[in-house]
Every structure is written in C-alpha cells, then in structure tokens.
Design a protein around this ligand. Structure first.
Ligand SMILES: O=C[C@H](O)COP(=O)(O)O
Length: 249
C-alpha cells in the first residue's frame, strides 16, 4: 500500500489574516509532490479566507474541531455541513487539548468522526498518552481505549478514510520529541490494533506523528515505515520553516 505523506498544520488558537496571506502566498508559489498532501487547519474564523486565498491543488484546508450535530441550537458550534460548505476537506477530531480542556470523551470523538465522514470530510483523529501514562507502562492500554469507540462506530469503508494522529501529550509544544524509533514502535502498535478489527483499513489509514515536529527532525520521523507524515503545531506558524517541511527539503 502506497500511502501519501500528509503534512498537516494545526495553528491552534494562533494566527491572523496576515498569517493567512503570508502562508498562502508562500505555498501558492511551490509545487507539492504528488505523493504528499499538505493540510492547513486555521482557527474557524479564518477558514473562508484561507480557502479563498489557497490556489495550490496540493494544499487542502481543515477545521480544528466540529460538532457531532448537524445543525440546530448549539451556540458556538460548527457542523461538518458548514465546513463542507466552505470547501474544507479535513477536520481534526479529539486533539488532546480538547480531550483534556473540554472533556471530550473517546465516545464523543467517535461520534464527531462519524459526523465528519458522513459529510465527506476526512477526520484527523488524535490519540496519545500522557507522560504519567507512559511512565506507568500504560501507553498501549490508553491508545486502545481511545481507538476502540472509533473502531466500533465505523464500517470498513469509513475506517479506511480516517487519518489518525499519534501525539504523545508530553511531546506537544514541549520541544521533547519522541525518538523516531519510539514513535515508529507506537505507530506499529496502532496499526496492529486497527488490523485486529480490519486488516485492509489498517493498511490504508495514514497515521501521522505530532509533538514538537520541526524542520530539523521531520525527515527522520517521516522516514519510519508506519509514520505517514505529521500534525504540526508551533513550526506550522513559521512560514519559511513550514514551507521547508512541505517541500521535504
Ligand atoms: O496538533 C499539533 C500538536 O499538538 C503538536 O504541536 P507542536 O508541534 O507545537 O508540539
């Protein structure tokens, strides 16, 4: 199976219109290799401006979150239908910041994943253990518990269309990256866990690594057989650095 390398930018609650303009100006001017897909996930208010300014066919736009509901009295929420309406193609689901700060359970993450797929969006489903969980030897148990509701909710076809992002919480925004070997080992475990439910889907799904990825370490990480790209926070706000990663320079 030849999986594409996905370079996904998660701006989190950062950036402004001038970053939208600077990033699109830089990315519109480059060729993204066909085996690579770039995704930019800005804060929701900038999705429209970004989809309009983006002219690079190798660059897709993604949301950072969505509601599990389609429409209605859910103040502050954004639905898959609305993202679709703005030509958004991807959406991050269950980022660890949402799990920890907004109490999103793995069951809710599964519902949101299904809501995204139902509208033809590609969900980027985030999973990852805390430092304490890793130290206690609970990494695989935690990852399985986070994956299981998603695996139980989707059919094989739907599951094949999911992108997973493994983000060890202790590596997010800390400058502490998992070693390429440790990340590969965990990605292998994730793929095997998915394979226990669906071998075909396990082969198809992209599994991204996230946590302090930057222009200096991405090549070694992305070269691992089960790492299919990255979900990048801090380094995705720096135009020149992010461009380097997109160009695989
Ligand atoms: O979604 C992105 C991750 O949380 C990684 O963030 P970071 O690259 O700033 O560590």
């Amino acid at each position: 199976m030849n999986r594409k390398t996905i370079v996904a930018a998660n701006w989190k609650m950062n950036g402004d219109l001038s970053l939208v303009n600077a990033m699109t100006a830089a990315l519109n001017a480059i060729n993204i290799r066909t085996e690579q897909q770039v995704v930019i996930c800005p804060p929701a208010p900038y999705l429209g401006a970004l989809t309009q300014a983006n002219q690079n066919p190798g660059v897709a736009i993604g949301g950072q979150n969505l509601s599990e509901h389609q429409s209605g009295a859910y103040t502050g929420e954004v639905s898959a239908l609305m993202l679709k309406d703005l030509s958004v193609q991807y959406v991050i689901v269950g980022h660890s910041e949402r799990r920890s700060m907004y109490a999103e359970s793995s069951e809710l993450v599964a519902s949101k994943t299904k809501a995204a797929l139902d509208q033809g969006l590609t969900p980027i489903v985030c999973i990852g253990e805390s430092e304490q969980e890793r130290e206690q030897g609970d990494t695989e148990k935690v990852l399985s518990e986070q994956l299981n509701p998603v695996l139980a909710t989707l059919n094989s076809n739907e599951l094949s269309g999911v992108v997973f992002a493994y983000e060890p919480v202790w590596a997010i925004g800390t400058g502490k990256t998992a070693s390429a070997e440790m990340a590969q080992q965990t990605h292998r475990f994730i793929r095997e866990h998915i394979a226990a439910t669906d071998t075909q889907a396990a082969d198809n799904v992209a599994i991204l690594y996230g946590g302090s990825v930057n222009a200096g370490n991405y090549q070694e990480l992305f070269a691992q057989p089960d790492i299919d790209g990255g979900l990048i926070g801090g380094a995705s706000l720096k135009v020149e650095e992010f461009k380097k990663i997109c160009l695989a320079e």
